[in-house]
Design a protein around this ligand. Structure first.
Ligand code: IPM
Ligand code: MG
Length: 359
């Protein structure tokens, strides 16, 4: 059966980095028997410009028909001032909600070749391999009521609602425990239970699910402490499970431990394993169109797509090995370059991965 992959390049550097990941998939198709077709669609600011909505009906149809989705990035200064429902980020949140992509897996893996690119000392990050499991359909991102209202006094206030139901916590906890089982059997749940009721329930429910996984060691941290521990001694972590907002913040922090946010892929999965795959960095409007963005996070996202949605672990492994070899050879984009190295551009990096795949 031919797999259908929907490709959504998005905005900013999105089209540039996605083009390189598409080259890699095309190479696997021609040389290594990948049975897939790529179809293209619009999400984010480009969709607003062309079709008047950040997650248009046409994209919605394509997304439901696809077996997996590869996304670049959305957003940029051009769309920051438009009506809130039309903002590109709303398109991303809408597709995550519409497809019920509740489990966001964000591995933070340090390639040994890049230890010097980390903001932390090499001995603190060498061998780092963390998986952040971020809940993606709930929390203050989606809780109602929300808005900006004018009070009787005439002053305005902005408000949002942090909310988690027991089933929502249970299902993400199970994903995290299962993932921990396949790794080093350590799970750290991150919340703010000393202040927030939503977190109090989170902690209780995660603790209850833990009884089904006696082989996994569960610990709990408050999010402020977790942020500190991530930069103090990140190797203490194996799998981290947390809510939508805390996961957003901690995953950027974990990314930087690995040298560059330009290296980290992610998967957002539904109950059946259908998923949307995207680099965790944004659309980087400041470097868009310059041909200098790092395509590796997107290429590695394509590898996750093959592993989780297309059940092709060998092909996924091939991509990951090819990326390792390219780094071994000293190829570096601007974000991961070290002194004495000449950075290569986006296309040259993509071409090098394709060349390594053909070896
Ligand atoms: C991410 C991004 C998004 C989020 C934005 C672009 C809406 O920061 O995927 O981490 O906050 O989830
Ligand atoms: Mg983020």
């Amino acid at each position: 059966m031919t797999h259908k992959i929907l490709v959504l390049p998005g905005d900013g550097i999105g089209p540039e980095i996605v083009a390189e990941a598409a080259k890699v998939l095309e190479c696997l198709r021609q040389e290594h028997g990948l049975d897939a077709v790529l179809e293209y669609g619009l999400l984010g600011g480009c969709a607003v410009d062309e079709l008047g909505a950040p997650y248009p009906e046409e994209t919605r149809r394509q997304a439901h028909a696809a077996d997996a989705i590869l996304l670049g990035a959305v957003g940029g200064p051009r769309w920051e001032q438009i009506d809130r429902p039309l903002r590109p980020e709303r398109g991303l949140l809408a597709i995550r909600a519409d497809l019920e992509l509740f489990a966001n897996l964000r591995p933070a893996l340090l390639y040994p070749q890049l230890a010097a690119a980390s903001a932390l000392k090499p001995e603190i990050v060498a061998g780092l391999d963390i998986l952040i499991v971020r809940e993606l359909n709930g929390d203050i991102y989606f809780g109602q009521p929300r808005g900006i209202r004018t009070l009787d006094s005439g002053e305005r206030e902005g408000f949002n609602t942090m909310r988690y139901s027991e089933p929502e916590i249970e299902r993400i906890a199970r994903v995290a425990f299962e993932a921990a089982r396949k790794r080093h059997r350590k799970l750290c749940s991150v919340d703010k239970a000393n202040v927030l009721e939503a977190s109090e329930l989170w902690r209780e429910v995660v603790g209850r699910v833990a009884r089904e996984y006696p082989d996994v060691t569960l610990s709990h941290l408050y999010v402020d402490n977790a942020a500190m521990q991530l930069v103090r001694a990140p190797k203490q972590f194996d799998v981290i499970v947390t809510g939508n907002l805390f996961g957003d913040i901690l995953s950027d922090c974990a990314a930087m431990l690995t040298g560059s946010i330009g290296m980290l892929p992610s998967a957002s999965l539904d109950r059946q394993g259908k998923g949307l795959y995207e680099p965790i960095h944004g659309s980087a409007p400041d470097i868009a169109g310059k041909g200098v963005a790092n395509p590796l996070a997107t290429i590695l996202s394509a590898a996750m797509l093959l592993r989780y949605s297309l059940n092709q672990p060998q092909l996924a492994g091939r991509i990951e090995e090819a990326v390792g070899r390219v780094l071994d050879r000293g190829l570096r984009t601007l974000d991961i370059t070290a002194s004495g190295m000449t950075p290569v551009g986006t296309q040259a990096m993509g071409d090098a991965v394709v060349a390594a795949l053909m070896e």
